[in-house]
Design a protein around this ligand. Structure first.
Ligand code: HEM
Ligand SMILES: *[C@@H]1O[C@H](CO)[C@@H](O)[C@H](O)[C@H]1NC(C)=O
Ligand SMILES: *[C@@H]1O[C@H](CO)[C@@H](O)[C@H](O)[C@H]1NC(C)=O
Ligand SMILES: *[C@@H]1O[C@H](CO)[C@@H](O)[C@H](O)[C@H]1NC(C)=O
Ligand SMILES: *[C@@H]1O[C@H](CO)[C@@H](O)[C@H](O)[C@H]1NC(C)=O
Ligand SMILES: *[C@@H]1O[C@H](CO)[C@@H](O)[C@H](O)[C@H]1NC(C)=O
Ligand SMILES: *[C@@H]1O[C@H](CO)[C@@H](O)[C@H](O)[C@H]1NC(C)=O
Ligand SMILES: *[C@@H]1O[C@H](CO)[C@@H](O)[C@H](O)[C@H]1NC(C)=O
Ligand SMILES: CC(=O)N[C@H]1CO[C@H](CO)[C@@H](O)[C@@H]1O
Length: 489
């Protein structure tokens, strides 16, 4: 009778390798599978993390049971005491949303572990393994064997059958429903073993008594069975330590990066344009755009640091990243053009090619920057943020266009009448020098100098309502003969 049960079990185990499916196993035999069981009851999630291990010494086959609350994007346990150099078994829902994918990975440091293709794992199903390799409403579960795994990883990891306190790490991915990467974020469902992971919502360490978790007898090797004598589907902590060094983890960097970038491209740069076009303050324009550039620099640096954490972004080769870096370079070019043009204009009182490029490049950078934000939301797996972004963008755009239209209406016509030089219709606008403002504005100190030079489009001249500020010495202005009107180049 006993040998019959044993041969049944052996048959069943051979099916585990061949057909990846173990038929109903005898419960007396399976309960003799020696194992270590780790259980972590997290206050920061609505369910426990469970990891149970059995290793067959002669083959190096590693049998595992792992579960965590469904709704977390992934769960993982690794052999080692830190991410670096740990062999990490990561599990996440399969593409159809009901199965599970188990991905063996190698920890590289404080970044997303990479798929480790030397280890191959197969799911195991059995009647006394409830919800094996499925996602239910409450819990996701994997029951698996990674064949010959310790043989491959032995030089790498220090897994010893005599170690009563073998180091392990564990972590659980963010829940789809909370935080920046939360509600509405694309849930991780993939059959790919190298699927992109988001950073954990909590992690920690534990140890296992390996002397209790290995077997030399293949008839008692298998996925650890529930060990709660009062509940035949429950796992309780046994032959393992409690969790230690466990920590809830959150990374505010991606949210800060996104917020600062959106702030600069949607608010600050347009504000800088309005200072120039509506208020006609060159220096204010320069200051505001420089503040924007500094913020863009810092947020880009943050983006690059974030990029190093993830396999999909490490090479900085995605559209969002390339566009972002080109934008930053263009912004520096734009700053240089602005300064050079300003210096030449101050000296020679004439429009420059540099100024013209500056005038066209600016709006181009702003438009591309505004478009790069939704590309970034999609890249980060947060496409749901595109809608609120577009709503805010439309509101800001209406205000912006309204202000510019209003400034044309109120101040442009008068300016046009005042203008004396030939005006190329529809030509690009040069920026304004306040001291050349409308002589009738009252505050302009150079009324005796006569009409302002025709620098820029007619309607961008002067203003009745806005006090214009002199900022250059009268001397230099007189010295360059501003009475003479000049056409836009
Ligand atoms: C996208 C994937 C991941 C990223 C970006 C990531 C990133 C990080 C970072 C930045 C830290 C340091 C956190 C701090 O200073 O508080 C850390 C620590 C840690 N992570 Fe991960 N991690 C990822 C996946 C995993 C996985 C799959 C595990 C599974 C075991 C894991 C386990 C740990 C543990 C145990 C620590 C603390 C020990 C240590 O410093 O290495 N991580 N991780
Ligand atoms: C834990 O170790 C003890 C002592 O070796 C053993 O009796 C027990 O079955 C082990 N627990 C599990 C779940 O295997
Ligand atoms: C986890 O711990 C909390 C209290 O810390 C308890 O209320 C809850 O029942 C525990 N959950 C399980 C599954 O043991
Ligand atoms: C879902 O995918 C898993 C893993 O690929 C597979 O085992 C399972 O049969 C699939 N379920 C359905 C309903 O297709
Ligand atoms: C696997 O590793 C164990 C432990 O080092 C060793 O005893 C065994 O012979 C190895 N098996 C194979 C097939 O290499
Ligand atoms: C197990 O791994 C060792 C070392 O990589 C290899 O020599 C051996 O053939 C493997 N055995 C099986 C059954 O895959
Ligand atoms: C393996 O276990 C079975 C049943 O538990 C037993 O009959 C057999 O003698 C064991 N084999 C060895 C080599 O220990
Ligand atoms: C037994 O344990 C399972 C898994 O932890 C749990 O879902 C179930 O409610 C428990 N059953 C009883 C009767 O406590
Ligand atoms: C500590 C504990 O309850 N261990 C149990 C593990 O599971 C087996 C099989 O159900 C029980 O026999 C043990 O008592």
């Amino acid at each position: 009778m006993h040998s019959f049960a044993t041969s049944l079990l052996l048959l069943a185990l051979s099916f585990a390798f061949a057909a990846r499916h173990v038929s109903a196993a005898d419960s007396d035999s399976t309960s003799t599978i020696p194992s270590a069981v780790f259980r972590f009851n997290s206050s920061s999630s609505d369910g426990d993390f469970v990891f149970a291990l059995n290793v067959e010494k002669d083959t190096g086959d590693v049998y595992m049971h792992m579960s965590a609350p469904a709704g977390n994007e992934w769960m993982a346990a690794g052999i080692g005491s830190q991410m670096k150099d740990a062999v990490i078994f990561v599990a996440y829902p399969s593409k159809n949303g009901t199965g599970m994918t188990l991905s063996p990975r190698l920890g590289l440091g404080h970044q997303e572990p990479s798929w480790y293709n030397s280890i191959s794992c197969s799911p195991i199903f059995a009647d006394d393994l409830a919800n094996a390799n499925t996602v239910t409403d409450a819990v996701m579960t994997v029951d698996t064997v990674c064949v010959n795994a310790t043989n491959i990883t032995f030089p790498l990891i220090d897994l010893s059958y005599t170690n009563t306190a073998q180091n392990f790490i564990f972590a659980v991915g963010p829940s789809s429903g909370h935080g920046f990467s939360g509600h509405g974020s694309t849930p991780l469902q993939s059959d790919s073993l190298s699927a992109g992971l988001r950073r954990h919502s909590y992690y920690g360490q534990f140890t296992m008594d390996m002397t209790k978790a290995f077997t030399t007898n293949s008839s008692t090797a298998g996925v650890p069975r529930p060990n709660d004598s009062s509940n035949s589907t429950n796992y309780i902590l046994e032959n393992a330590s409690e969790a230690f060094s466990n920590k809830a983890d959150s990374d505010p960097a991606p949210a800060i990066h996104a917020f600062v970038m959106c702030l600069t491209f949607v608010i600050i740069y347009p504000l800088g344009v309005l200072f120039l076009r509506v208020l006609k303050r060159v220096i204010l324009h320069a200051v505001v755009q420089t503040i924007g550039l500094v913020l863009t620099c810092m947020a880009t640096a943050g983006g690059i640091v974030i990029s190093t954490q993830y396999n999909r972004s490490r090479l900085l080769l995605s559209a969002h990243q390339i566009i972002g870096i080109l934008l930053l370079l263009s912004l520096f070019l734009q700053l240089g053009l602005g300064i050079l043009h300003h210096r030449i204009f101050k000296r020679e009182q004439r429009p420059t090619l540099l100024g013209k490029i500056h005038t066209y490049l600016g709006p181009t950078i702003m438009a591309v920057g505004v478009i790069n934000a939704p590309i970034g939301f999609v890249f980060a797996g947060n496409p749901h943020l595109c809608l609120p972004y577009v709503v805010i963008l439309v509101i800001v755009a209406l205000v912006f266009v309204g202000l510019r239209f209003f400034s044309h209406k109120c101040c442009g016509n008068r300016g046009a009448q005042k203008a004396t030089g030939p005006m190329p219709a529809g030509g690009p606008e040069g920026y304004q020098y306040p001291q050349f403002g409308d002589a009738n504005a009252g505050q302009a100190p150079y009324q005796h100098l006569g009409a302002p030079p025709a620098y820029g489009r007619a309607e961008s001249y002067g203003s009745d309502s806005i006090p214009l500020q002199p900022y250059e010495s009268q001397q230099s202005v007189v010295g360059h003969g501003v009475q003479q009107t000049r056409p836009m180049v």
